[in-house]
Design a protein. Structure first.
Length: 83
């Protein structure tokens, strides 16, 4: 969450988040999607509607794929682009 709130560039945010996710070896991303939704006002500000749309799409795709990390990172890329 701190990375999403930071004023660093999009590329830097992406690299930091991707490394953290890869290092965590997460198998189930549902809690992370929920946390992103519950804290959307903390990092998305005026773009919360667009970010919620991205979270929703990510959750939907998560159910359909084998490699859930790729979908979650894709969702974060959309979010980073909007904040």
């Amino acid at each position: 969450m701190d990375v999403l709130k930071s004023n660093t560039g999009k590329e830097s945010k992406y690299l930091k988040v991707r490394k953290a996710i890869a290092d965590a070896h997460i198998k189930d991303y549902s809690e992370l999607y929920t946390h992103l939704y519950e804290t959307v006002d903390d990092y998305a500000h005026k773009n919360s509607m667009d970010v919620i749309q991205s979270i929703s799409e990510g959750q939907y795709r998560d159910v359909l794929v084998v490699d859930k990390e790729i979908v979650f990172i894709s969702t974060l890329i959309h979010i980073i682009d909007k904040v």
